[in-house]
Design a protein around this ligand. Structure first.
Ligand code: C5P
Length: 306
């Protein structure tokens, strides 16, 4: 998922921040497979392509399954395979997409004990930006990020995006902590939303992200990368901005990597084209590579959009 704009409204007493942000799900996602384990199973099994990801209760997939059982009372356990494609510390909500996909799949596989609205509400207990996945794919989010209002997609879904992320990721708590409230934008988030929706096009002035300041202070190379993308991307990009707490820079309007990214110093960058996506009511998100496949996502397999 990407944040087309992200305003930080205030610092709260519980350590979180109230946001006002336009989130959009994108087609870059991890692959997940779910199988319900036979009756008598007493724990879940998680098989992940990335050995650095914890397999215990701190994993968002396991947290989502524990939450699902606690809320529904359904004592089902699952084997989950997770093939990671979305980089960590990227501001792309990779882990959040995994958690949302897990809630959706567990609910499907156990005969839908919960409604979409319940899954959305419950998901706020384990993370701030999981709930958005239970929208249609485009949502204006407030509170910690878990108060979700569906909006019509502000841009044509065919709009090409290019995601560019340096190898170093950024820690979300650290970025929020080093935000200087005095250096935030003063733009009214509802005007940013109206500006994007009415124009059907975005411009740099609309793509405000208050977390760019702490991210760029912590990682000056990220600011340089953004500036080069603006300068050397030429007129190809309508807007270039950071998503979430970074460190991914989103370029809107073209998905061709500018020539300078082939320089030696940028060889370790994650560079990927992407598209904005929505989901059909009742269905889940699909990968771009599966766009040509039959429309229905099988209950046992789900593409975890990010
Ligand atoms: O909710 P989530 O686990 O995704 O948040 C990770 C961390 O990011 C929080 O512990 C908090 O430090 C920071 N955060 C915040 N305000 C938000 C969302 C996250 O300060 N709205």
């Amino acid at each position: 998922m990407v944040n087309l704009f992200l305003r930080v409204v205030r610092r709260r007493e519980d350590g979180y921040h109230d946001l006002a942000s336009l989130f959009h799900v994108i087609d870059l996602g991890d692959d997940m497979q779910f199988t319900q384990l036979p009756a008598g199973a007493t724990s879940d099994k998680l098989v992940c392509s990335d050995p650095t990801i914890p397999h215990d209760d701190s994993n968002l997939v396991i947290k989502a399954l524990n939450l699902f059982r606690r809320k529904t009372g359904v004592q089902a356990f699952f084997e989950v395979t997770l093939e990671k494609r979305v980089p960590h510390g990227a501001g792309l909500g990779g882990g959040s997409g995994n958690a949302a996909t897990t809630l959706y799949a567990a609910n499907e596989l156990t005969g839908r004990p919960a409604t979409n609205a319940q899954l959305l509400e419950w998901s706020g207990d384990i993370g701030s930006d999981i709930s958005v996945f239970f929208s249609n794919g485009a949502a204006y989010c407030t509170g910690r990020g878990e108060v979700v209002d569906d909006v019509p997609p502000p841009l044509p879904l065919a709009t090409p995006l290019l995601l560019v992320k340096p190898p170093v990721g950024l820690s979300t708590p650290m970025i929020f902590k080093s935000l200087d409230l005095g250096r935030r934008s003063t733009a009214d988030p509802l005007q940013l939303l109206a500006g994007m929706t009415n124009a059907g096009k975005i411009s740099p002035e609309l793509c405000v992200n208050d977390l760019e300041q702490p991210a760029f202070d912590n990682l000056p190379e990220l600011l340089q990368l953004k500036q080069r993308l603006i300068k050397e991307g030429g007129s190809a990009f309508d807007a270039v901005f950071m998503t979430g707490s970074g460190s991914t820079i989103v370029c809107v309007g073209d998905d061709t990597a500018p020539q300078f990214l082939s320089e030696e110093q940028y060889q370790q960058l994650f560079v990927s084209p992407a598209r904005l996506i929505v989901r059909q009511p009742g269905a889940w998100y699909e990968h771009s590579s599966k766009a040509a496949a039959p429309a229905a996502v099988p209950a046992a397999a789900a593409a975890a959009a990010s």
